[in-house]
Design a protein around this ligand. Structure first.
Ligand SMILES: Cc1cc2nc3c(=O)[nH]c(=O)nc-3n(C[C@H](O)[C@H](O)[C@H](O)COP(=O)(O)OP(=O)(O)OC[C@H]3O[C@@H](n4cnc5c(N)ncnc54)[C@H](O)[C@@H]3O)c2cc1C
Length: 808
């Protein structure tokens, strides 16, 4: 075994081998994979080997497509058969709601280049002869479904990597990992030590234990999973003989089942409701090529449905039931990327669909390590989407929920209950008493809307029970004054003698003067966005940044990577140390003036001013800015004072008719101002010009901010896309996000977000289209629930396009 390597990959399952292959293919060949046993000694060997392109997140779906297309290449390069059978498949809907969901999947496929086709239940039965069409209302055909040989694929990755110069050490168990003073990692094994610049935790079933070696508690948990294999079936033999082809894959969402042919019989797997975690606290090191005891009672309810939906199963015997564990993150997507606070330590774990996702994970990780960027939008898999709040108990609750809902529909207005409430702010019970319906962001409960007694969310793809109430909340703001809780923003303090110079380099905007704020895009070296913030200059108190709450860990990882070593800049994520309230609407100043003794007149405290003032008895930092696009204020307050500030504002607001509004009303308000948000309109694949944030980029400023050269080039060349708002000729449903935008009979763009703008009484969609058609006003269509709706470009904000209300 070599004593030094550029990268050590821990784990020889399908994911570790893919990472090794991709590093070597990308030109890093001084890389070694350490496996404690034979390759495939975790989940990989007993997998059902199914692969598919569909994923709830379109960016993950793209990487799944990449993975499936990769098998040919690694087979050729390695000479190792991967056993790929690209049979195609059908996705089955037994209810109309499921068919609506599938139509959304077909629509997304259009701009992802994934060919999906809606077919009738009878057409599905012609393709997959075992199903009873009377049990289904419709289906979708996917030509890119199939299965493979899990061991063959893993060895093909490893052999191809070795051919490119990488090394694989089997029977080499990593027992400890220690960071040296010079930043290199000592990877200590039962056979000696390797010193490496980078370490990748691809430990699969033991990823948690490998994480603990460096003090990390990763949010992953293994679940038991069962599939059965039948005896040979005459129906299968007859179909094979008649058509010369295998029986294709089927996913029966309402039965929570997947099926495929396995030799002369069938394989049927299920994600059962009564699921069971495995090794909740500690994975035994002596576990390897064993299987777990099957528990047919646990999966019996699903099998009953399966045997009804696929009647031929009633006449066949079960040859074998496989029960094996594999790991999940709380939301079911992988955990990939560099870990904040541990330079050179990477994770590639929690991969629950290794044969659909392993290639994409390897590609993204190798790009990230070598080029400094994953090369794709992989937010949905980024390990930084979780923070310390994702504790072991939280993970346990969420993983179990996710497993049991693997094939369930999640409606756009549906909030999942497990692991909640976890983080709450001091006004939580006050807002609950007013009817707050809660959602969650980065583990924190956030008020979505306020329901009258006896009303709650009815889950639907269409406008639902909250519609009239959200309209009232919007009217409260636009006609008078509303109050909302905004603690879910991420807040940062930046201090130190070099803070200003550092921010000037990190952020693309011009730095504001003391007592002023500005919008602050943050770019990567490639000139694309990596953040958008409000930056405030607090004078002698340093700088304050507010940004997307879900991206706190993501942004801190970026900030810390770029901090100078000399301690001249300090940045702190304030998290729950700073809570927030906001008031907005034409009467907002009247309320504030009544609640504080400070002068908040327009002359003394104009738009984009910031300063400290007491609200009632509570000391607050108040900024004159509002995401509602109205006259408004954001107030930042230590949690111990939040209730006092809240009460003071509500009491002062009484005579002005103050009411509460939640994040759904805020969405309706910001849409009519064409305001985008991080994670939707602003993501790391768009440049500031494309995203319409170029007006906040100080291209000419002296500081050489990160991404400056690339941003200048984008401005010169014009980029490729443009973010645009559209008014949709909708019926009873509005866009959610990820719908295709049609123009001239073809899909040319995609929706990032939208909804109903209640004040303007318009259904609004926001999305990206190629710049060549970005100035057309008509001819667009947006596909909603399987139907194309005319959409008109809306260049100016629907509300207060001249910013008169905000600046009044
Ligand atoms: C019953 C079942 C059916 C499944 N069906 C499918 C399917 O149809 N399609 C699909 O895509 N996925 C399926 N999966 C999931 C799939 O198996 C996993 O996504 C995949 O195997 C994860 O691979 P991995 O490399 O991350 O982890 P693992 O396969 O667990 O590999 C981790 C490796 O790391 C090694 N290791 C750990 N710690 C150390 C250490 N300290 N030192 C050295 N080596 C170490 C282990 O020995 C192991 O070989 C199924 C899983 C099960 C259990």
């Amino acid at each position: 075994m070599k004593s030094h390597a550029k990268v050590v990959v821990i784990g020889g399952g399908v994911v570790g081998c893919s990472v090794l292959f991709h590093l070597a293919r990308h030109g890093w060949t001084d890389v070694v994979l350490l496996e404690r046993d034979e390759l495939t000694s975790g989940s990989t060997w007993h997998a059902a080997g199914g692969m598919h392109t569909i994923n709830g997140d379109p960016n993950v779906a793209k990487l799944q497509k990449y993975t499936i297309n990769l098998y040919k290449e690694i087979e050729e390069l390695s000479g190792q058969a991967t056993g790929v059978h690209l049979t195609g498949g059908v996705l089955l809907a037994a209810t109309e709601a499921r068919l609506d969901w599938l139509r959304g999947v077909v629509a997304k496929g259009r701009y992802l280049g994934i060919e999906l086709e809606e077919i009738s239940a009878n057409e599905a039965a012609e393709l997959m002869p075992l199903l009873d069409p009377k049990q289904f209302v419709g289906a979708v055909r996917n030509k890119e479904d199939g299965h493979l040989d899990p061991s063959g694929v893993t060895h093909a990755y490893a052999k191809a990597a070795r051919k490119l110069g990488a090394e694989v050490e089997r029977f080499t168990k990593v027992e400890d990992i220690v960071r040296r003073a010079d930043g290199l990692w000592r990877v200590i094994t039962n056979k000696g030590e390797v010193v490496a610049e980078h370490v990748v935790n691809a430990g699969g079933l033991w990823a948690r234990e490998v994480g603990r070696m460096v003090g990390l508690e990763l949010p992953v948990l293994a679940m038991e999973h069962m599939y059965l294999i039948t005896e040979d079936m005459p129906e299968v033999a007859a179909w094979n003989a008649k058509t010369g082809t295998e029986i294709i894959h089927a996913v029966d969402f309402d039965g929570e089942l997947y099926l495929r042919q396995e030799r002369g019989g069938m394989l049927m797997g299920t994600y059962e409701k009564a699921n069971k975690p495995w090794s909740e606290y500690q994975t035994p090191w002596n576990f390897g090529h064993e299987l777990l005891a099957p528990d047919i009672d646990r999966i019996a309810p699903s099998l009953e449905v399966g045997f009804r939906h696929f009647p031929a199963f009633q006449n066949t015997g079960i040859k074998q039931i496989i029960n094996g564990p594999f790991t999940f993150a709380p939301d079911g997507n992988p955990l990939v990327g560099p870990v904040r606070g541990l330079p050179g330590f990477w994770v590639a774990c929690g991969v629950m669909a290794g044969f659909s996702q392993g290639g994409g994970v390897g590609l993204a990780l190798s790009n990230w390590m070598i080029e400094g960027d994953p090369g794709a939008d992989i937010w949905a898999m980024d390990v930084a989407r979780y923070g310390d709040w994702a504790t072991m108990a939280y993970t346990n609750a969420k993983v179990r929920e996710n497993y049991s809902r693997r094939f369930s529909i999640r409606f756009p207005n549906e909030e999942l209950p497990a692991g909640r409430p976890l983080k709450t702010t001091p006004v939580y019970d006050l807002l609950s008493a007013k009817g707050a319906q809660w959602g969650v962001a980065y583990g924190l409960e956030v008020p979505l809307w306020y329901a009258p007694e006896g009303v709650k969310d009815e889950f639907s793809w269409r406008r639902s029970s909250d519609f009239t109430q959200v309209a009232k909340e919007v009217a409260t703001v636009r006609d008078g004054v509303g109050l909302s809780e905004i603690s879910s923003f991420a807040k940062y303090n930046v201090t130190g003698e070099s803070a200003a110079a550092w921010l000037d380099r990190m952020l693309a905007c011009k730095l504001p003067k003391p007592g002023r704020m500005t919008l602050a895009p943050m770019l990567k070296e490639d000139g694309r966005l990596i953040g958008d913030f409000t930056l405030a200059n607090l004078g002698k108190d340093g700088w304050f940044l507010a940004g997307s709450g879900i991206a706190e860990q993501y942004h801190m990882r970026w900030f810390e990577k770029h901090l100078p070593d000399d301690g001249s800049v300090r940045i702190e994520a304030l998290g729950a140390k700073q809570t927030g309230l906001s008031i907005a609407g034409p009467k907002a100043r009247d309320v504030l003036a009544k609640a504080t003794r400070s002068d908040v007149s327009n002359a003394a405290f104009p738009f984009m001013a910031i300063g400290r003032m007491d609200i009632g008895m509570a000391p607050c930092l108040v900024g004159r800015v509002s995401y509602t696009g109205d006259l408004g204020y954001e107030m930042w307050v230590a949690p111990e004072y939040q209730r006092a500030a809240f009460q003071a504002l509500m009491t002062a607001g009484e005579e002005f008719g103050i009411g509460l509004f939640g994040s759904r009303a805020l969405n309706a308000l910001r849409l009519e101002k064409n305001y985008g948000s991080w994670g939707r309109e602003y993501r790391p694949i768009y440049g500031p010009l494309e995203a319409g944030l170029d007006r906040f980029v100080a291209y000419g400023k002296e500081a050489d901010f990160i991404g400056k050269a690339a941003a200048l080039a984008e401005r010169k060349q014009g980029g490729k896309l443009r973010l645009r708002a559209f008014i949709v000729d909708a019926d009873d449903a509005d866009v959610i996000g990820d719908e295709p935008i049609w123009f001239g009979g073809a899909v040319r763009g995609w929706v990032t977000s939208g909804g109903y703008a209640h004040h303007s009484k318009k259904s609004v969609a926001v999305g990206y289209v190629p710049k060549e058609i970005a100035d057309e006003s008509d001819g667009f269509e947006i596909e909603l629930l399987g139907k194309r709706h005319a959409a008109r470009m809306q260049p100016a904000a629907l509300f207060d396009a001249n910013f008169e209300r905000m600046r009044a």
